[in-house]
Design a binder for this molecule. Structure first.
Ligand code: ATP
Ligand code: LTN
Length: 334
C-alpha cells in the first residue's frame, strides 16, 4: 500500500511501434485503472536488449513509448512513468531472484520457446532469464495487481511462484501479485491471420494497425482484413476473422457483440469493415494528436523522466534493502 492505495505495476517494451493490440489489450486498461491504484508504468528497456537493438533507435523508441503513455491518458503526476534502466534495483533484484528460480521452470516458458525459434542466431541467457527480470520489476514495487494481455499470464504465474518461494524461506517479504486481464481487447488477433495475435514485430504490415497509422491506412487495412465467405456478421468461433473485428469494434465503442450483430444484420462485410475502421480511427486520433504535441515539449518530458525516475528509485530502494538484508548481505557503513 502507498497512501492507502493498492499498488499496480506494468510495463511495455520499446521494440517496434505499438499496435492496436497493445493499446486495447494494455494501455487502455492502464488508463482505466489509474485512479484506483498507485501505479508504476515502466518502459522496460532492459528487457529490450534480449533481442539485438540499434542504440539510437532504441533510445528514440523508448522516449516515444514513454510519451505515448502520457498521450494515452496517464497523468505523470499521479502515475510513475519511468525507464526501467534508470532504476538499478531492477537488475539487482533480478540477480537475487535468479538464485531462487529453477531452470526447469524457465524451460517451460512458451515466450522463450517462441523467441528462440525466431532469433535462432542470438539465443542469449537474457532471453532465458527474461521472466526473472519481469518478476523483479513487479516484486520490487510490492505490486498487488499487474495488468497484462493473456500472453503474459505464464510470466505472472512464475513471478508468484518465485515470490512464494522467497517468502517461504525468509518470511513475508514480497506481496503476491494478481494478474489483471481486461475483458475487452484481451487478445486482438492479426488482420491477416486471425489465429495469430496482432504483434508489433509481424513482417506483414497489413496484419497490424499501428497506433500512429493515419485514418486512410487504418481503413485500408480493415478493408483488406481476412474474413470468410459466410457473409454474415456473427460473433462465433467458426468465423475467427469476423469475431476479431467484432471484438475490436466493441472495444472501441463500448457495444456488446450482440449489439454489433444486430446493427449489421443483413449488411455486407464491406459496410462492417468500414465501420470498424472508422471507430478505430476515431479512438486513435486524440491519442495521436496529444502525442505530437507532447513530443515537441522536450523540457516537459525531461522533467517527467527525472521526477518519476527518482520516485521509482525511492520505492525500489526500500524493497531492495529489505531483500539484501534478508539474504544476508552485510549492511553498508555510512
Ligand atoms: P512483440 O511482437 O515484440 O512480441 P507485442 O506486440 O506482443 O510485442 P509486448 O511488448 O509483448 O507486445 O506487449 C505489451 C503489452 O501489450 C502486454 O501487456 C501484452 O499482453 C499486450 N498485447 C500485446 N499484443 C496484444 C494483442 N494482440 N492483444 C491484446 N494485448 C496485447
Ligand atoms: N514481458 C512483458 C513486458 C514486461 C512487463 C513487466 C509487463 C516486462 N516487465 C512487468 C508487466 C509487468 C511483455 O512482453 N509484454
Amino acid at each position: 500500500m502507498i497512501d492507502g492505495k493498492r499498488i499496480l505495476f506494468s510495463g511495455m517494451q520499446a521494440t517496434g511501434t505499438l499496435t492496436l493490440g497493445n493499446y486495447l489489450g494494455a494501455l487502455k486498461n492502464w488508463v482505466s485503472l489509474s485512479d484506483e491504484y498507485e501505479c508504476f508504468y515502466s518502459v522496460v528497456d532492459l528487457h529490450s536488449i534480449t533481442v539485438r537493438q540499434d542504440p539510437a533507435e532504441l533510445r528514440k523508441r523508448a522516449r516515444n513509448l514513454l510519451t505515448l503513455y502520457i498521450a494515452a491518458g496517464l497523468d505523470p503526476k499521479k502515475n510513475c512513468i519511468y525507464y526501467q534502466s534508470h532504476v538499478s534495483g531492477h537488475a539487482e533484484l533480478a540477480w537475487i531472484l535468479n538464485c531462487f528460480t529453477y531452470m526447469g521452470e524457465l524451460n517451460r516458458m512458451t515466450q522463450f520457446k517462441d523467441k528462440i525459434a525466431k532469433h535462432s542466431d542470438n539465443i542469449n541467457a537474457g532471453l532465458y532469464t527474461y521472466p526473472v527480470l519481469m518478476a523483479a520489476d513487479i516484486l520490487l514495487y510490492q505490486a498487488d495487481v499487474v495488468p497484462v494481455g493473456r500472453d503474459q499470464l505464464q510470466h505472472l504465474e512464475i513471478t508468484r511462484d518465485i515470490a512464494q518461494r522467497f517468502n517461504g524461506v525468509y518470511g513475508e517479504v514480497f506481496t503476491i501479485p494478481e494478474p489483471y486481464v481486461g475483458k475487452a481487447g484481451a487478445r486482438i488477433m492479426s488482420l491477416q491471420d486471425p489465429t495469430k495475435k496482432m504483434s508489433k514485430s509481424d513482417d506483414n504490415l497489413n496484419a497490424s494497425i499501428f497506433l500512429m497509422d493515419d485514418r486512410d491506412a487504418i481503413i485500408r487495412k480493415f478493408k483488406r482484413a481476412v474474413t470468410d465467405s459466410e457473409a454474415a456478421v456473427r460473433y462465433r468461433d467458426e468465423q475467427p476473422g469476423i469475431k476479431n473485428l467484432i471484438e475490436i469494434y466493441c472495444a472501441c465503442n463500448g457495444r456488446t457483440p450482440e449489439e454489433a450483430e444486430k446493427e449489421f444484420e443483413g449488411r455486407g462485410y464491406g459496410d462492417f469493415k468500414l465501420a470498424v475502421g472508422e471507430s478505430v480511427a476515431d479512438v486513435l486520433r486524440p491519442v495521436q494528436e496529444r502525442f505530437h504535441e507532447l513530443i515537441r515539449d522536450k523540457a516537459y518530458i525531461d522533467s517527467v523522466i527525472k521526477e518519476n525516475g527518482e520516485k521509482a528509485n525511492y520505492y525500489a530502494g526500500k524493497t531492495l534493502r529489505k531483500v539484501q538484508k534478508k539474504v544476508g548481505f552485510p549492511e553498508r557503513i555510512r
